[in-house]
Design a protein around this ligand. Structure first.
Ligand code: ADP
Ligand code: MG
Length: 235
C-alpha cells in the first residue's frame, strides 16, 4: 500500500503540474495556430508550417486531455443529472464518431438519482473514455452506454465497445501516465479519468478481452437517496 500512496502522491503532483501549464499554454497556442494558418495559406515555406502546425496540434491534444485538472480551486461539486452530462458529451464527440463509422447508443434507466460532481471533470472522463473506444475500433462499430442505479446508492455508467481490447496483464497498470500503444497517443487520458473519479469517491473498473472489446464501468455515489435520509433524520 506504500506503493499505492506514492502513486497517488505522484498523481497529485502531476495534477498541480497540469494546473500550472495547461492554462498558460492553451491561449497562446490557439492564437499561434490561427496566425500560422493565415501565413500558411499565403504559401510561404509551406512544409515548415505544416510541421509547426502539427506539433502545435499535438500540444493542444495533450493539454486537452487533462485541461479540467487545471482548475485546482474551482472544483465546485453540484448536483447534476448524469443523463444531461452524457448527452452533452455524445453531442460533442458526434463528428468524430461519424467520421470513424462508430455509432453510440445511450440507454438510461428511468428515475435515476442525481450525482454530486464537478460537471466539467465528469464530462472530461466521458470524453476521454469515448475517445478511447472510438480509437479502439479502426473499422467502426458500436459503443453502448448504459446508465443504471445500483442498490448501494451508487450510479453505474457502462461504456461498452467492440474494439481491439486490452491484454489482461496491462489492465492493472493503465492509470500510469504516458503509457500508450498509439502512435499519436498521450497516455494521459486514463490517468486523468482515474484521478477525477477518485476525487469523486467513485470507482473506475476496466474489463477487457483482446479482439472482443472493452467495458469500462464508472461508479459514482448518488446523492438523492442520502439527501432523503438527511431530511428524515432532521425531523
Ligand atoms: P491514449 O489514448 O493517448 O493512448 P489513454 O490513457 O487514454 O492514452 O489510454 C492508454 C492506453 O490504454 C491506450 O493507448 C490503449 O492501449 C489502452 N486503452 C484505453 N482504452 C481502451 C479501449 N477502449 N480499448 C482498447 N484499448 C484501450
Ligand atoms: Mg486516450
Amino acid at each position: 500500500s506504500e506503493r499505492l500512496i506514492q502513486k497517488s502522491e505522484k498523481l497529485a503532483m502531476l495534477g498541480q503540474l497540469a494546473a500550472g501549464i495547461a492554462h498558460e499554454i492553451r491561449n497562446p497556442l490557439t492564437s499561434i495556430k490561427g496566425f500560422i494558418n493565415l501565413v500558411q495559406s499565403n504559401n510561404q515555406k509551406k512544409e515548415y508550417f505544416d510541421i509547426i502546425f502539427s506539433e502545435l496540434e499535438r500540444i493542444n491534444v495533450i493539454v486537452g486531455e487533462f485541461l479540467v485538472l487545471a482548475k485546482p480551486s474551482a472544483a465546485t461539486f453540484v448536483e447534476q443529472d448524469v443523463k444531461i452530462l452524457i448527452k452533452d458529451v455524445v453531442t460533442l464527440i458526434n463528428t468524430q464518431s461519424i467520421l470513424n463509422n462508430v455509432q453510440i447508443f445511450v440507454e438510461f434507466e428511468s428515475d435515476l438519482p442525481m450525482v454530486s460532481c464537478e460537471q466539467n471533470q465528469i464530462k472530461q472522463v466521458f470524453l476521454n473514455l469515448l475517445k478511447n473506444s472510438i480509437e479502439a475500433m479502426p473499422k467502426g462499430g458500436i459503443i453502448d452506454v448504459k446508465v443504471r442505479e445500483s442498490e448501494d446508492d451508487t450510479i453505474s455508467i457502462l461504456i461498452i465497445d467492440q474494439g481491439i481490447g486490452i491484454p489482461q496483464e496491462r489492465i492493472p497498470t493503465l492509470g500510469e501516465p504516458f503509457y500508450t500503444t498509439k502512435e499519436k497517443g498521450t497516455g494521459l487520458g486514463l490517468m486523468t479519468c482515474y484521478k477525477i473519479i477518485e476525487s469523486h469517491n467513485g470507482k473506475l473498473i476496466i474489463q477487457s478481452k483482446v479482439n472482443v472489446g472493452t467495458t469500462i464501468e464508472i461508479i459514482l455515489p448518488a446523492t438523492t437517496q442520502s439527501l432523503l435520509k438527511m431530511e428524515v433524520s432532521h425531523t
